[in-house]
Design a protein around this ligand. Structure first.
Ligand code: NAP
Length: 255
């Protein structure tokens, strides 16, 4: 489709950097949102990458940014708008007695509030553009990066499991809204070789009892490279069937 534009949260490293890179390689301009920029992608892709420094754990700051014109300006003229809600955090890890209340609030803000706020904003801003004279948005796609932890409980990950499950159920409920021209899916990407996996391996057994299983997975070459994951993920995002199922697992789609 002509005039596709993307918004990718957490484009500064890891899976988000690979997704942003894959979209840019395919000629799709990307607006990246994270606390840090991605100098490598910026050097390679110039002004096809726009970057906004935002702490998505600060819901008030995100709301203030969304109240401005930056998102509308970015989307203007696009026929297709892709939102990849990728930014996420595992913190706080550990059972309830070890969870700091402020860290719980931040985890929920990054993993749930931000993706839900961005999804609503994309639906509204692109609808407004579609009704106006600046463009005709025909296709809006929201991809939540979920996790296997949304669907299976893991000791030490109650906040992470609950927040990712929230994304899954958000996608299911949005799908039954049946908003014209809007599709959504919450996708578990598999176990990806990023800093987040390093964080898991660096945790204590008290906070994450399955730590050694993840270390063994890495040692035996069981992690998927971010670039490979991103290639399949972007194929899925651009596919005609995207959003047919509101919840999916990339590992099953790759079989
Ligand atoms: P990562 O290496 O830790 O990268 C996380 C990204 O999220 C970074 O770009 C980071 O950017 C951004 N981010 C985190 N907190 C943020 C905040 N407060 N404000 C703005 N941006 C923030 O993690 P990853 O492995 O690439 O994970 C990407 C997504 O995949 C996450 O949603 C994760 O839950 C999911 N996932 C990963 C795996 C895996 O095996 N790696 C498996 C299942 C699901 P800044 O630090 O620059 O802000």
């Amino acid at each position: 489709m002509k005039g596709t534009k993307a918004i990718v949260s957490g484009h500064s490293r890891g899976l988000g950097a690979a997704i942003a890179g894959e979209l840019l390689e395919r000629g799709i301009p990307v607006l990246g949102l994270a606390r840090r920029g991605n100098a490598e992608l910026a050097a390679e892709h110039g002004d096809r990458l726009a970057e906004v420094v935002l702490d998505l754990g600060d819901s008030a700051a995100l709301a203030a940014w969304l109240a401005g014109s930056a998102l509308g300006d970015w989307v203007a003229g696009a026929e297709q708008v892709l939102l990849v809600n990728n930014a996420g955090t595992l913190q706080p890890m550990g059972p309830l007695p070890l969870q700091d209340a402020a860290a719980v609030a931040r985890g929920v803000a990054v993993n749930v509030a931000a993706p839900l706020m961005l999804a609503a904003a994309i639906a509204q801003v692109s609808a407004a553009v579609g009704e106006g004279t600046t463009g005709q948005v025909r296709d809006r796609r929201v991809l939540h990066i979920s996790s296997g932890a949304a669907r299976k409980p893991y000791a030490g990950w109650s906040v992470y499991c609950a927040t990712k499950a929230a994304l899954d159920h958000h996608a299911r409920a949005v799908q039954v809204d049946a908003t014209p021209g809007l599709r959504i899916c919450a996708l578990a990407p598999g176990v990806v070789d990023t800093a987040m996996q390093g964080e898991i391996r660096a945790s204590t057994l008290e906070r994450f009892p399955l730590r050694d299983r993840f270390a063994e997975m890495q040692a035996s070459g069981g992690l998927i490279a971010p670039a490979e994951c991103a290639m399949h993920l972007v194929d899925f995002l651009l596919d005609e069937d995207f959003g047919r199922e509101p919840v999916a697992d990339l590992r099953e789609l790759m079989r």
